[in-house]
Write a protein that binds this ligand. Structure first.
Ligand SMILES: [Zn+2]
Ligand SMILES: [Zn+2]
Ligand SMILES: [Zn+2]
Length: 1009
């Protein structure tokens, strides 16, 4: 016995297994496992065979910690590029890299080993570094994969891999053999604590207290040569320094050739030198010097130009050394005395001045920061008190010596900003050391054979690259134009050794291509440790003779390469050598139109973009990339940098675990990455909200595709209902735009366009107005199949268009689409839709027509709302829209007459014409109320149609007829269908088409028996 069937149950409501709730944190790992079992990356490579190549060459992140938001942004953007290029029909392999060598890891490992490291052989420390780096390579790999980044994660490139190390060394030999490399003394930042040179990038400024001293140097040359007024006087100049420990290295006093100097007769208030003397200082600084040195009286004896002080001679305050007066233009008049103590071993300016005047830059501060006196300037039996002291301990000792020698005019403590080591945070010093350099002025030949310098060629190559944003070109050009020679040596162990044999006699390296290949082979087989073994010694052929001096004794260089060389030669070690990249990269290098993209943060102008450019110009005479795209910084909502202390950090791994990797991806897509970007918990939550809306739109699309078999049910484009055709044209337009934005890496535009399409075009409009057709029409009716055809095509297009960004969800949607023979196992193996496949015609004219219809719709909705407010109608389906148009008029509204009911989502739309439309006198509401339908008194707003010649008037009235119990439309006729009362004729036909007979009342038990 059955109870009476329900009319409601005859509606065809959406139905799908695609869940509303995403459960991303639980489900994403399952999808990753699915991709792994599909071997999706390999499948993508197979699919890409024969397609044009697109290279995104990965810049390697440093493997010394978990990923942060900047990493997630970087890899997210790259993943968008790789996936969108792949789906646009390119073969776009992605070989991720890791930067594994260098100081930060070596320091960390040494810290962890503690005192133990002193007893360990280098090989053991290298092994510990390798393990340390590998730990973070593994961690970061898992984290990048977790947020859905595709790539050859099983075999990334690592700068510590043996083949990579061998290639790095090979690149160095290339520089050496081509004459770019020289060895020279140069003051460089030096960390005493870590016993190594530091790059500019490894310096941080922190506050530091230094002694600030004024020291007098006695003139030994003829004072009358400076000015006749000084004849026979005891003359001094005064220098000011905050590094008294550099005074033993003082070789010159620099005066600005164009400054005015004065000779001041004064007596100091300091007890060490009370007698009146003559002091030479810059005129502009007299007042300051007189105050700081507590001059009791001061009388100007003479005034002269700094140029005359060149070639003066002074007595060093405590060494047996004559100090020269020199001219230099970097002398400033804003502090000090205008007379600058110059120690070529301890300052960059000093060094270059020393070069001009032939001063010896030998450094007498050893690697551990201990001071040693120049024996040529010390003829006493006992060493000076500062001998063997660290520079910091030497400071007060030297100050005491100055005082004792009557040379100290003032001494106080100065707290100032001072360079510190970025790792150990100890203050650093400038120290001249033997270093290896790549010379920026090395002569090179252009491809056409003409001669230029390395620096100039690099600048010319910059010009051939597309820089995005465009200001990047100016920035890197300026950096290359002004950078000093590249110091490529470091005094540590965790990197590729500068594996050369040095002549014991003349310190020059043996440059032999044959020997170099042998060493590369050794490193390739055994890794960088091998350079420290006797096997390396054995490679030096017996009887080797120095080409420079004929020397026969050699030693192995122990310095290692700057870590920026490692990363900088990745184009050489990976792009040119990796089987997955080399053909495409060779096509790029040979100008066959293949793109090679570098995409990193803007800090890489002085980092990886820079080092890659220089190494490639040196070895190949060209830039290593054709396009460079840079991202800004990730900041909090207030524009502040993220930091532990502010507690404003956003951890992408935490977001992935709580909200989903998809939310991290959606955030990356949402920001304009070329600018600085805001991120916060709040913004991530907002992305999660937007995600829910997008997901629901997909769910609704899929739900309405239930029972649709594309092969069986698809309606030909020419037979689609007009509204459906419009939506398809709109989808084509969207597809065209999105493909353009992907090509231009405008991911945030893709994000906004997809949101708008999902929310405005689909949820608020199309999916809403379709409900009547989708729910109440017979499932297989032509009108419903027309809608389903378009919903299916929209979903097929949209799922592909979002796949590079919403990689997890698109793949999930893919699985719920109606089955199609030959469908790829994952959306990621599919290609982007082609606009003409979405809709075959040029959509411009059609979209323009619908734009006008939408203007009428806007009026209709506004008037419906006004009528609702006035309580003259209720829901839209209880209303009818009456549009009065010009008699000969609006072809458009007439053409689309049958679509208007659905477009306005009302029970009925009626078109009426009025001859009087142009007559202002007739423009009152009741006058055209001839048919008696116009009962409302909505004001007379004759609306000009869009663009236009046509006038129309929109009125909203209560719908006539009766409400259908099934479809809720007001229909002219409703009647009983079996026991169901008030069913409209349209629904009755649908029911019979569905094979549902008019249900009869349940029989009573008696009747049944
Ligand atoms: Zn340090
Ligand atoms: Zn030699
Ligand atoms: Zn009905």
């Amino acid at each position: 016995m059955s109870s009476a069937p329900e009319l409601k149950a005859t509606l065809t409501l959406p139905q799908t297994a695609f869940p509303m709730k995403a459960n991303l944190p639980q489900n994403e790992p399952l999808r990753l496992a699915k991709w792994a079992s599909l071997r999706l990356y390999e499948e993508l490579r197979k699919a890409g065979r024969g397609r044009p190549a697109y290279i995104l060459h990965d810049g390697p992140p440093y493997a010394n910690g978990p990923i942060h938001l900047g990493h997630a942004l970087n890899k997210g953007l790259k993943d968008f590029v790789v996936k969108s290029k792949t789906m646009a029909g390119f073969d776009s392999p992605y070989v991720p890299g890791f930067d594994c060598h260098g100081l930060p890891i070596e320091i960390k490992v040494e810290e962890q080993l503690g005192r133990k490291r002193l007893d360990l052989p280098a090989a053991a420390i290298l092994e510990a570094c390798r393990e340390y780096a590998q730990k973070y390579v593994d961690l970061q790999t898992a984290q990048f994969e977790r947020i859905g980044c595709f790539g050859r994660w099983e075999k990334p490139y690592k700068t510590m891999a043996r083949d990579y190390e061998a290639r790095t060394l090979e690149a160095f030999y290339g520089f050496l053999e081509k004459g770019f490399v020289y060895r020279g003394l140069k003051p460089v930042y030096w960390c005493i604590h870590d016993r190594t040179t530091l790059a500019e990038a490894e310096i941080e400024y922190e506050m530091h207290t230094s002694p600030s001293v004024y020291v007098r140097y006695r003139l030994t040359s003829d004072p009358a040569a400076i000015d006749p007024a000084l004849k026979g006087r005891e003359v001094y100049t005064i220098i000011w320094t905050t590094t008294p420990w550099t005074l033993p290295a003082s070789l010159a006093v620099a005066f600005h050739p164009d400054f005015e100097y004065v000779a001041l007769e004064a007596a100091s208030g300091e007890p060490c030198c009370p007698q009146t003397a003559v002091y030479i200082v810059a005129a502009a600084l007299v007042a300051q010097v007189a105050e700081d040195c507590k001059f009791l009286s001061a009388k100007e004896l003479a005034r002269f130009n700094g140029g005359v002080l060149e070639q003066t001679l002074f007595q060093h305050p405590f060494l047996d050394r004559i100090v020269r007066g020199v001219n230099a233009t970097y002398v400033t008049a804003d502090q000090g005395t205008g007379a600058v103590h110059t120690a070529p071993a301890h300052g960059a300016d000093d060094f270059y001045t020393g070069q001009r005047y032939g001063l010896d830059p030998t450094c007498r501060v050893d690697a551990t920061g201990h001071l040693h006196v120049d024996p040529a300037a010390w003829n006493q039996a006992a060493p000076p008190a500062f001998e063997g002291k660290t520079v910091w301990a030497a400071n007060p000792i030297i100050v005491a010596i100055l005082e004792e020698r009557g040379a100290l005019l003032a001494n106080r403590d100065l707290e100032h900003s001072y360079p510190h080591c970025w790792r150990c945070h100890h203050p650093v010093i400038y120290r001249a050391t033997e270093q290896w350099f790549i010379g920026m002025e090395t002569p090179v030949k252009r491809q056409d054979g003409s001669e230029t310098t390395f620096r100039q060629l690099a600048i010319e190559e910059i010009d051939k690259v597309v820089w995005d944003p465009a200001w990047g070109k100016v920035r890197i050009t300026n950096m290359i134009a002004t950078r000093p020679d590249w110091c490529i040596s470091r005094q540590k162990i965790w990197d590729v050794p500068i594996a050369v044999f040095l002549c014991e006699q003349c310190e020059n390296p043996i440059v032999s291509a044959e020997l170099n290949r042998a060493v590369v082979g050794l490193i390739e087989r055994q890794g960088i440790d091998a350079w420290r073994t006797p096997e390396a010694d054995a490679l030096l052929p017996a009887g080797s003779v120095c080409a420079q001096c004929g020397g026969t004794e050699f030693r192995k260089e122990t310095d290692i390469l700057d870590v920026w060389i490692d990363a900088g030669v990745s184009w050489f070690a990976v792009a040119e050598a990796d089987p997955d990249l080399k053909q495409a990269y060779s096509d790029f290098q040979n100008g066959k139109g293949t793109e090679c993209l570098y995409l990193e943060g803007a800090d890489q102008y002085r980092g990886w973009f820079n080092s890659s450019l220089l190494t490639s110009v040196a070895l190949r005479g060209r830039a290593p990339y054709s396009r460079v795209v840079t991202a800004g910084w990730t900041l909090d909502e207030q524009g502040r940098a993220m930091s532990k202390s502010l507690g404003n950090g956003v951890d992408p791994v935490d977001i992935a675990n709580r909200l989903g990797g998809e939310i991290v991806r959606l955030w990356v897509a949402s920001v304009d990455f070329r600018e600085d970007m805001a991120a916060s918990e709040n913004l991530m939550q907002r992305c999660a909200e937007i995600y829910k809306k997008l997901r629901n739109t997909f769910r609704f699309l899929l739900g309405n595709l239930h029972g649709f078999d594309p092969v069986r049910d698809r309606v030909a484009e020419s037979e689609l209902l007009p509204l459906d055709r419009y939506m398809l044209a709109r989808t084509r337009e969207l597809t065209e735009k999105i493909l353009g934005w992907y090509a231009a890496f405008e991911f945030h535009r893709v994000y906004h366009a997809i949101n708008e399409f999902a929310i405005v075009d689909l949820s608020s409009f199309y999916l809403d107005v379709l409900k009547d057709r989708m729910y109440t029409f017979a499932p297989s009716s032509q009108a419903r199949r027309s809608a389903q055809t378009v919903l299916w095509q929209i979903t097929e297009a949209l799922v592909r268009l979002v796949a590079p960004i919403l990689s997890f969800t698109a793949d999930e949607v893919w699985e719920h689409l109606p089955a199609v023979e030959g469908r790829e196992a994952s959306v990621h193996l599919a290609l982007f839709p082609k606009p003409e496949e979405v809709f075959s015609e040029d959509p411009t004219a059609l979209l323009a027509e619908w734009q006008r219809l939408f203007a009428v719709r806007d009026d209709a909705l506004r008037i419906l709302e006004e009528e609702r407010q006035a309580k003259r109608i209720g829901k839209a389906l209880e209303a009818k829209i009456f549009i009065t148009i010009e008699q000969d008029g609006d072809v458009l509204l007439q053409k689309y007459r049958s679509s208007l009911k659905e477009l306005f989502n009302v029970s009925e739309v009626e078109l009426g014409t009025s001859k009087e439309l142009h007559d202002p006198a007739r423009r009152t509401p009741n006058e055209i109320n001839s048919d008696g339908l116009l009962v409302n008194h909505w004001g007379a707003t004759w609306q000009p149609g869009n663009g236009t010649k046509f006038l129309y008037r929109v009125d909203a009235l209560p719908a006539s007829g009766h409400k259908c119990a099934r479809c809720w439309n007001f229909m002219p006729e409703v009647s009983s269908y079996g026991i169901w009362e008030n069913v409209c004729t349209r629904c009755q036909s649908a029911l019979s088409e569905m094979g549902i007979q008019p249900p009869q009342p349940p029989q009573s038990e008696e009747a049944a028996s």
